[in-house]
Each structure stands twice: as structure tokens, then as C-alpha cells.
Design a protein around this ligand. Structure first.
Ligand SMILES: [Zn+2]
Length: 174
């Protein structure tokens, strides 16, 4: 499915973790990266061949990681992105599904965080309203991934391999 890619309104509910994720991508680019590029409003860095992180970017079974998403961007191992203007490799399709999943989770946490903020303001608890509202809003995308992993473990699987968000992304391979 070709998505409407530049849904800039999503930046609103992704804002706090998005800024952190972009700083992280920039830091990785500075230390261990080569190419840095935007694709569909998200920021990505390709690791530098032979850099410290690239050499250690392996799974526990020794296989190389292809990529990792941090909210609205992330990193790719050497050679994964073929054309930086397109999402045209298996790993890129996988990682960009994680972006879409995160945007949905962030919209959810934005609504819950905003509702919490309003209710606490009505009870004259402005400081708590800001702290709790921001905390709920900022952590929605990450918590969603963690909770799907915990649920996978409770269902008898593994946190990563059987994480329902990973299963959905891997389904794109077929
Ligand atoms: Zn994944």
C-alpha cells in the first residue's frame, strides 16, 4: 500500500520522543555513521563500515542487525538502504512499519496525556498536570513496544522475536 507519506500532523503527537530520537540519530551519525538522510519525514543514519557500533551491531546469535527504529527515524547497517530516496529494501519496509506503529501509539498517548492534563488542571494541580501529562504523552511509543514484548512473554514467547509489533513487521517479508 502506498501511504500518504507526508502526514506532518503526526509531528504534533510525536514531538517529544521525536526530538530525542533525532538527537540520538545525529549523535550516532557523528560518532559511528556515514550517510544521514530524510525519508518520508523521518531521519536515518547508515552506519560507517568498520566503526565501533557497526562492528558490535549484532544479534546474540552473531547475525548482523539490519536496522533499528527510534520513534521517527533510526539507523541502518552498512548497505541496507539502496536508494536513500525510497523505501525499497526489506529492512527499510520493516523499520518504516515500526514508525507507523509508533505514530499510532503516540496519538493514543497524546490523547490520554492531554486528558490527564485537563483533569488535573480542573483539580488545580497544574504542576502534576504538566509532569504527568508530559510523561504519559512522551513515552507512549516506547511503552507500546515494551508492553507488546511483555505480552508476548506472558503468552509463552520471547520478548523480541514474538513481540506482536515485530511479528507484524516481519509479515511484510511475505
Ligand atoms: Zn523490528
Amino acid at each position: 500500500m502506498k501511504r500518504k507519506t507526508k502526514s506532518y500532523i503526526s509531528y504534533l503527537w510525536c514531538l517529544p520522543p521525536m526530538l530525542v530520537s533525532w538527537l540520538l540519530v545525529l549523535l550516532i551519525r557523528l560518532l559511528w555513521g556515514s550517510k544521514l538522510y530524510w525519508i518520508e519525514g523521518t531521519l536515518w543514519c547508515e552506519l560507517r563500515e568498520g566503526s565501533w557500533l557497526q562492528k558490535r551491531y549484532k544479534r546474540s546469535d552473531g547475525r548482523k542487525w539490519g536496522g533499528t527504529t527510534f520513534i521517527m527515524g533510526g539507523i541502518y547497517n552498512v548497505g541496507v538502504p539502496k536508494d536513500t530516496e525510497e523505501i525499497d529494501t526489506r529492512v527499510e519496509r520493516h523499520e518504516h512499519l515500526h514508525v507507523e506503529q509508533t505514530k499510532g501509539a503516540q496519538l493514543h498517548s497524546f490523547i490520554i496525556g492531554f486528558a490527564t492534563f485537563i483533569v488535573l488542571c480542573l483539580f488545580n494541580q497544574q504542576l502534576l498536570a504538566i509532569w504527568l501529562g508530559l510523561s504519559i504523552w512522551s513515552t507512549g511509543g516506547v511503552l507500546s513496544y515494551i508492553c507488546h514484548g511483555i505480552q508476548a512473554k506472558l503468552d509463552g514467547g520471547e520478548f523480541y522475536r514474538d513481540n506482536h509489533m515485530e511479528e507484524a513487521a516481519r509479515a511484510l517479508d511475505n
